[in-house]
Design a protein around this ligand. Structure first.
Ligand code: PLP
Length: 433
């Protein structure tokens, strides 16, 4: 694939400075990336945080460092270009470098971003989100999704005077000690003592937890659909949603919907409205400002007094540029009929991949919402086939994470999907052979 932004993998320039003798093809292709990683490993713990790079899973097929991006394409530090289906871990919903977002954001950056007092856009964005997202009456802006989920659970605890948080097994709500499964056991034991888990969609297990911890439950925090790593994604059943709401109401506990990953990819009114749920608090982030750092906690009137009593602050939390970017992202999503368009592109990708997989003799299955697809192979519970497939796609200039769900953006085109499916035809054939 050749792109306007750099060399495609098949036609990478290997000038004399790059092609050292004895290097493998992969080492040559990612020479600069590897050199940066070696430097990083000396001065940054782990080199890259949170094992974020698929290059750790399938070395030699993915870059470690990217240099720039535009629309649906990313370019690494060696000049390799990829059609990107990770979209900055979901943050890019209207495409990298979209001028409709960047121009107003950069104009504000030149005028001043982080001021002593909030910029009026903070009020405008809060009003807009309260008007847009079903059932919500107030908004608090933070930086990371983890800030929002942590604040939501803290407000639920403060308001109820109860401690226990109920969450679904395998759900990701951030990297704080209360919810992360990857912290040292010494923190986990202390800070997760009051977090109880049950299998998503399992009504009986949830009822049992409510019976067991009667009068001690502050909240249930759930993602609108279940997106565990390594497993097919699960949509909520209506019975499950109804049970969560019934139990929360009867117990005086709050229902928090963590919509950070799906954000506006399912509905402009929030994913809870797509699934007919009525949470009292909602967290959003990632795509809220098309990659500018911003997340939000939204809540209902009944919780506003408690939220007001919280010491809510952070040095960067009132920065204006991301809020300007969020307003422009919402404009762009509304102007382009964003959610329908994303689903349409996602359907093309899903149907194409599943059918190419079948033709090649594999049971490739795409689960999850159309705009947030997740690939599994029925015959491959350990995900080795996933890794080999995504490696083969990366070799063909398509960036798909083997263990994480993918994202579609409004910058993806039918042409991108067609090129992706052409690459997939080759990747499936390589796996089969
Ligand atoms: C559902 C969900 N909640 C919370 C988070 C944490 O957000 P952040 O990484 O911005 O802290 C994520 C991030 O992937 C997420 O998907």
């Amino acid at each position: 694939m050749s792109g306007e932004m750099g060399n495609g993998p098949g036609e990478q320039s290997e000038g004399p400075s790059k092609a050292k003798q004895g290097q493998s093809r992969a080492e040559k292709r990612f020479e600069t990336s590897i050199a940066y990683f070696e430097r990083a490993a000396k001065v940054i713990p782990g080199g890259i945080y949170g094992s974020k790079s698929p290059g750790f899973l399938v070395p030699g097929h993915f870059p470690y460092y990217l240099s720039h991006a535009k629309g649906s394409r990313i370019v690494d530090v060696d000049g390799n270009e990829f059609i990107d289906y990770l979209c900055g871990y979901g943050s890019q919903i209207v495409g990298y470098g979209n001028p409709a977002v960047d121009e107003p954001a950069l104009a504000q950056a030149r005028k001043g971003d982080l001021l002593n007092q909030p910029h009026p856009v903070m009020v405008e964005l809060a009003e807009r989100l309260v008007g847009l997202v079903d059932g919500m009456d107030w908004a608090v802006f933070v930086k990371n999704g983890t800030d929002a989920t942590t604040l939501a659970t803290s407000i639920a605890r403060a308001d109820t005077g109860k401690q226990i948080i109920i969450a679904a097994e395998g759900a990701y709500h951030g990297a704080a000690n209360w919810c992360s499964t990857n912290v040292f056991p010494v923190f986990t034991q202390a800070e997760q003592r009051d977090v109880r888990y049950f299998p998503y969609n399992d009504v009986a297990a949830l009822e049992a937890l409510f019976r067991q911890h009667r009068e001690k439950i502050a909240c249930v925090i759930l993602t609108p659909y279940h997106h565990p790593t390594y497993k097919p994604q699960q949509l909520p059943t209506p019975e499950f949603i109804a049970t969560v709401e019934r139990l929360c109401h009867s117990e005086g506990a709050y229902f928090i919907m963590d919509d950070i990953r799906a954000n506006f990819r399912l509905s402009m009114k929030g994913s809870h409205s797509f699934f007919g749920a009525h949470p009292e608090m909602i967290t959003m982030g990632k795509a809220l400002a098309n990659g500018y750092p911003l997340s939000v906690l939204l809540g209902t009137e009944g919780l506003k007094k408690t939220a007001s009593s919280f010491f809510i602050t952070g040095t960067y939390w009132m920065s204006a540029v991301p809020m300007i970017a969020a307003m422009a992202t919402l404009d762009e999503m509304e102007r382009l009929g964003g959610t329908e368009r994303l689903a349409q592109l996602g359907r093309m990708l899903k149907e194409g991949l599943e059918s190419l997989g079948r033709e090649a003799g594999f049971s490739a299955r795409i689960s999850g919402p159309l705009a947030i697809p997740y690939l599994t192979f029925d015959e491959d519970p350990d995900l080795f086939l996933n890794q080999r497939f995504c490696a083969a796609m990366a070799d063909r200039g398509v960036f798909m994470h083997p263990h994480h769900n993918w994202f579609i953006s409004l910058a993806h085109t039918e042409e991108d999907i067609a090129q992706t499916l052409e690459a997939a035809r080759g990747a499936f054939a390589e796996l089969r052979d």
